[in-house]
Design a protein around this ligand. Structure first.
Ligand code: NAI
Length: 739
């Protein structure tokens, strides 16, 4: 069983905690170690009167049980005072439960200004004032949990509660925005709509129901939402009687009523009313960006419908909205072959597009066609394949009926089989490798092979995410997808910071990605962006360039492959910070925007070909080693059983094999990352344990003639690092006696 949830060290303010739900929360938090500010004005249910008794009694009860609590008698309308009480008594504020409430029920026509104002002052303004007073403390300490108390009356409406319903749903709007603004400070804000027997509900519920719907059936949700382990933010929950359910918005597919260059009429709305309100295939937009995106899509559909008659337009719009994916039909489909003809101009333009600069000592190699080693940057390999993607028309394929305005570039993999030529004609062949159902969207894996004549030059895998196209009952993962890998759990080995220019996207697009999102402010605004954003593949090119320079001396022939996930947009002019971890010939990378610390490329890595100085021939002197055979065999075993071995062993072993007292070979057996690997050469990262042993003694150990412990004590086998890990060696060395 996992550990109980503790609130030790946390300071909680519960407003309206003199009775009902608030009292239950205060007791529950204090039982789990929190220091609690018990706030209650001690008035009647309509907001009249005042007494310190309510809060005092709860404080006494907590203290009698050994808990820590202080009382606060101020109204939530004086939010600062409540927070000051927490700071004075306990020095901080971590959790705010906005719970205080009153009722002034009246049928709508009889609702007075006073009825309206009082309800809004206590519920909505009170929660605002208390939360605002706590906000900066939470922000500074990078932790905060806030609960807003809404009500089913707000969500669904309730006779006689116009004032209360309005204020209660206002709290949801407040919470939605606080969840967004709090996100980067680890401040979470959630809303509950509880039902429990209390003095507020005893006037409307039968006594036995008041009795059965206990406040203690609500408190556990509040505690979980406020715990540091809980990731939830911006959620709305109905809770009562021991049941908890989450609510979200649902939106019909809707219908485009307007037609290009025509007026929009109420009659058209009337005529399409059924389809406007048809909730079959409803979507569940969760952000304002998703909401805006729909309007952007509508505008672009209308724009492209010039010359199409009104009837055709509406049916086209409905057809794309009701999109569908059929993996059985789509997988294996090929796009028409594309041809990409280029000269040094495209190579140089691309290099400038991904930030290559005359500031780099090696710039001539990439920017001057007259240089003796003039080369293409390896990531230029995406460009011919991109033309396959764009010209080939994914939309023409059977089984892929998607809304192209919803397409995002999620991940990318590029592998080169030889350095790219600097001019010529390349042909690309794209195939749908797989289609995945991620629920909220679909992922299309598009494999593109690019050839120069007959020779395969490079391979790209585009992971195309189609928002809203999931839920067709397909599989979630594919063995064909090139895996992302997390960076090692240590500080990066190297960091490069490189500023993009204000015109970076304007320059990069000249390499062939003409999406106006990267140049036109009004188009970007419709997509929910403040300004045009940089192409993901431009940041990708920056990061690859950083690795190439730092670890491969700007030698394109060392570049083998790169994989990235695009996480967040970068704005032109921001600085990219590439963090790098070397693990053998694999360089793990993570790219951030320096100014905001936001990760923009994750799970990424570049694979390099070994440098000539690492190559085995330089290490082995005096003829072949017997141990080479064993390592070759270990290499095969890792290929066959890699993931299983990684699971069992979870360590990196370094080996130094000596002959005639000199190091004759170095090997690294990596059974920690990915699906395991063997490589000849020293361990670039940190081996868990490194063994030094002569070729002869190594063979005796693996053949079972020499006991490793004895070899160790006799000084024949030296081990540095985590010696305990040597016990796991058996898993890889056993069964070699037969060799
Ligand atoms: P309750 O009446 O037992 O508790 C509310 C507490 O807030 C009272 O102790 C009252 O003195 C205090 N209070 C009122 N005005 C205040 C102010 N200006 N400053 C500080 N304290 C003040 O009621 P209950 O049922 O425990 O309600 C708690 C919250 O849950 C309220 O916000 C209510 O609207 C909400 N709610 C309750 C439901 C239920 O079924 N009990 C249903 C839906 C919402």
């Amino acid at each position: 069983m996992s550990a109980p949830l503790s609130f030790e060290g946390k300071v909680v303010l519960v407003t309206g905690a003199g009775g009902g739900l608030g009292k239950e929360y205060a007791l529950a938090f204090s039982e789990r170690g929190a220091s609690v500010v018990v706030n209650d004005l001690g008035g009647d249910i309509k907001g009249g009167g005042k007494s310190s008794a309510a809060a005092d009694k709860v404080v006494e009860e907590i203290r009698a049980k050994g808990g820590k609590a202080v009382a606060s008698y101020d109204s939530v309308e004086d939010g600062e005072k409540l927070i000051q009480t927490a700071l004075d008594a306990f020095g901080r504020i971590d959790i705010v439960i906005n719970n205080a409430g009153i009722l002034r029920d009246r049928s709508f026509a009889r609702t007075s200004d006073m009825d309206w104002d009082l309800i809004h002052r206590v519920h909505l303004k009170g929660s605002f004032k208390v939360t605002r007073a706590a906000w900066n403390h939470m922000k500074n300490q990078k932790f905060g949990r806030i609960i807003m108390t809404s009500s089913a009356a707000g969500i669904y409406g309730n006779f006689g509660q116009a004032n209360y319903s309005a204020a209660k749903l206002g709290l949801l709007g407040l919470a939605n925005t606080l969840a967004i603004e709090g996100q980067k400070y680890n401040i979470h804000c959630n809303t509950i709509a509880p039902t429990a027997g209390s003095r507020l509900t005893e006037t409307v519920m039968p006594p036995n129901l008041v009795e059965s719907l206990k406040a203690e059936y609500v408190a556990p949700l509040v505690l979980w939402l406020c715990h540091e382990q809980c990731e939830e933010s911006g959620g709305l929950f109905e809770v009562g009687a021991g049941w908890i359910g989450k609510l979200r918005w649902e939106r019909s597919q809707g219908h485009i009523i307007r037609h290009k260059n025509q007026n929009m009429s109420p009659e058209a709305v009337r005529d399409q009313w059924d389809s406007i309100c048809d909730f079959s295939d409803a979507t569940k937009p969760a952000t304002i960006q998703e909401s805006l995106q729909t309007l952007v899509d509508v505008l672009s559909k209308l724009e492209s419908d010039e010359g199409v008659s009104a009837n055709q337009t509406s049916s086209m719009a409905t057809a794309t909205v009701g999109s569908g994916i059929n993996p059985a039909e789509a997988v294996g489909q090929k796009l028409p072959e594309t041809t990409f003809t280029f000269t040094h101009v495209q190579c140089v333009l691309y290099a400038l597009g991904v930030g290559m600069s005359t500031k780099d000592p090696d710039y001539l190699r990439f920017l001057f066609e007259g240089h003796q080693d003039f080369s293409c940057l390896p990531t230029f390999g995406v460009i011919p394949s991109q033309s396959a993607m764009m010209d080939g028309g994914l939309s023409s394929l059977p089984g892929i009926n998607i809304d192209f305005t919803q397409v995002l570039h999620g991940e990318h993999y590029l592998e080169l089989y030889r350095p790219l030529p600097t001019s010529g004609k390349l042909t690309s062949q794209a195939t749908v490798a797989d289609v995945l159902d991620k629920g909220s969207g679909a992922v299309i894996l598009l494999d593109v092979n690019t050839y120069s004549g007959e020779e395969l030059v490079c391979y790209n895998q585009w992971s195309v995410f189609v928002v809203g196209a999931g839920g067709f009952g397909g599989k979630r993962t594919s063995e064909k997808a090139k895996a992302l890998l997390p960076p090692p759990n240590r500080a990066p080995d190297a960091v490069v910071i490189d500023a993009t220019t204000r015109d970076q996207a304007a320059l990069y697009r000249l390499s062939g990605d003409w999406n106006p999102l990267h140049i036109d402010p009004s188009f970007a605004a419709m997509g929910g962006f403040k300004a045009p954003i940089l192409h993901g593949l431009c940041s990708f090119g920056f990061a690859a360039r950083h690795v190439l320079k730092h670890y491969a001396n700007n030698d394109p022939s060392r570049f083998k492959a790169i994989k990235v996930r695009f996480v967040k947009p970068v704005m032109p002019g921001q600085s990219l910070q590439t963090e790098m971890w070397k693990e053998g010939n694999r360089i793990h990378i993570q790219c951030k925007v320096k100014e905001t610390d936001a990760v923009v490329l994750s799970g990424a890595y570049v694979d390099l070909h070994a440098a000539p100085e690492d190559s085995p021939k330089d290490l082995i002197q005096g003829g072949a080693l017997e141990s080479d055979l064993v390592f070759a065999e270990i290499g095969h075993r890792i290929k066959d059983l890699g993931p299983e071995l990684v699971k069992k062993v979870g360590a990196v072993f370094g080996w130094e094999i000596t002959k005639d007292g000199k190091t004759a070979a170095k090997w690294t057996i990596d059974l920690k990352s990915d699906s395991g690997a063997l490589h000849k050469g020293p361990c670039s990262g940190k081996a868990d344990v490194t063994f030094t042993v002569s070729d002869k003694d190594f063979m005796e150990v693996v053949q079972g003639k020499l006991n490793p412990q004895k070899a160790f004590f006799a000084g024949k086998l030296r081990a540095t690092g985590n010696i305990m890990m040597s016990q796991k060696l058996e898993v890889i060395l056993k069964d070699y006696a037969k060799l």
